[in-house]
Write a protein that binds this ligand. Structure first.
Ligand code: SAM
Length: 445
């Protein structure tokens, strides 16, 4: 600032012109525009946090006059200030309505002096007074107000133009993403954000663990929020038409909240024999509402290729699309989910009315295959997309619909419409329900 003539003192925060008590008169050494002004006149002040009593609210400043501090940089006053030089200059500016330039110092690790300075416009001194400062010495206070009609201040967040290209990733300031192409381009494309607080990454694949739904493309598909809360190891906030979780194309790790259903079993489950329903499943642990209990695992098959002649009671139809659209008597799930565009097309009504794929846990499966039906279930079926966005091939996870005490049988609603199951010869099959619920409809199908 000294070099460019913006502020001609190395140490003083107030720059001023003219000698004390002098008034410029025509023909004197002052330029004609100063005629009639009493000197000194302050020309600029630098706010650098040097004084312990400074207050700065950007548009309004309470600035401590100069003098009386120990110049050691520790901001301590050691004697009274006097109304001379810069202090008098500010007072004269107030009395003669002369605006003052304001320069602010900002801490900056990137500057070799540890600070950068910005010019923040013209301010008017509107008031001044003397008071005892924090250290007990008299200090002058000057209240300055930023003049109207000037460009908005942009230096709350100082932005730097660097004269050289960073040598390495670690030198890039405000780095929010090392490579937005996620390795798909030969040359990585880093993203930086020095504006937002906290800084967000551009939309795209997720990095680290997703903490901000705005910067997680998968969370945005869920209606711009994570479907889970962290509590109890991750709980689904509410049943959704479909949950979009982070997957293999995201850069986030297994700890990401938006991978809650992918963490495997968390409760000690037991397969136990029931009196009338064959095997059933219960938990030794308390399961909180919204906790994913287990995924329905088996062999993925086309529904029309399943052998209906064989008695296979471990087929799970992937009917997420039907549930989402409320087709075939299925109760439609609410939720502001962004449907993949192909689901909006209405040209494939037939394939929409019957689930195209199913999970066959008859020969290969996990504990989910032993979970029985109930007309008053304590689990619900949640469709989840993570590795792709084909709803017809969604993963199926069973989630706690309620707080489930230990040793209570785990059940979900199989969702059969009555008289919907037929033998290969077209005869309607029926199965009695022994769920024992108060409002049991007495038939599974
Ligand atoms: C997916 S399996 C469940 C595990 C089965 N209980 C077992 O022993 O392997 C579905 C079969 O369990 C039986 N089941 C499930 N829920 C039932 C219920 N509420 N009432 C009667 N039987 C039921 C039926 O035989 C049904 O076909």
């Amino acid at each position: 600032m000294v070099a460019v003539g913006f502020h001609s003192h190395w140490l003083n925060g107030i720059d001023y012109i003219g000698q004390s008590g002098k008034t410029a008169s025509k023909g004197a050494k002052y330029p004609p525009e100063y005629t009639g002004y009493t000197f000194p006149l302050a020309t600029s002040i630098v706010l650098s946090g040097q004084y312990e009593d400074d207050l700065d609210n950007c548009e309004d400043i309470v600035y401590t006059g100069q003098g009386g501090n120990n110049l050691l940089g520790n901001k301590r006053q050691i004697q009274d200030q006097v109304m001379l030089r810069g202090n008098l200059g500010l007072k004269n500016c107030m009395e003669q309505c002369v605006p003052v330039r304001v320069v602010r110092g900002h801490q900056s690790a990137n500057s070799y002096v540890g600070k950068v300075y910005t010019y923040d416009g013209l301010y008017q001194v509107v008031n001044y007074w003397a008071e005892k400062g924090v250290s007990g010495f008299t200090v002058f206070k000057f209240r300055l107000k930023r003049l109207e009609g000037q460009p908005l201040m942009t230096t709350n967040q100082v932005q730097y133009t660097r004269g050289r290209i960073p040598n390495s990733i670690s030198e890039i300031r405000g780095l929010v993403c090392v490579d937005i192409s996620d390795g798909q381009e030969d040359i990585p494309i880093p993203a930086t954000n020095l504006v937002d607080d906290p800084p967000v990454a551009p939309a795209g694949n997720c990095k680290g663990t997703c903490v901000d739904p705005k910067s997680c493309a998968c969370a945005r598909l869920n209606g711009s929020d994570f479907p889970y809360v962290h509590r109890d190891g991750g709980r689904l906030i509410e049943p959704k038409a479909v949950v979009f979780e982070c997957g293999p194309n995201c850069g986030c790790g297994p700890g990401c909240v938006n991978r809650t259903s992918q963490r495997g079993l968390r409760y000690r489950l037991e397969v136990f024999r029931t009196p009338k329903k064959g095997w059933g499943v219960r938990s030794w642990d308390y399961i909180p509402s919204g906790a994913p209990v287990c995924e329905y695992i088996g062999i993925l098959k086309k529904t029309d290729e399943v052998d209906t002649a064989s008695e296979n009671s471990y087929i799970f139809d992937i009917d997420c699309l039907q549930t989402m659209k409320g087709l075939d008597g299925r109760e439609r799930r609410l939720g502001d989910v962004t449907l993949p565009t192909y689901l909006e097309k209405d040209d494939d009504k037939k394939s929409e009315s019957v689930p195209e794929f199913c999970i066959d846990a008859g020969s290969t499966g996990n504990v989910a295959r032993f979970i029985n039906h109930s007309c008053q279930p304590n689990l619900f079926v949640q469709c989840i997309l993570s590795t792709h966005h084909n709803i017809k091939l969604a993963r199926v996870t069973l989630v706690a619909a309620d707080n489930i005490p230990p040793l209570k049988e785990l059940t979900y609603d199989y969702g059969y419409a009555l008289d919907s199951v037929m033998d290969p010869d077209g005869k309607i099959r029926q199965m009695a329900c022994y769920c024992g619920a108060e409002d049991c409809r007495k038939r599974l199908f």
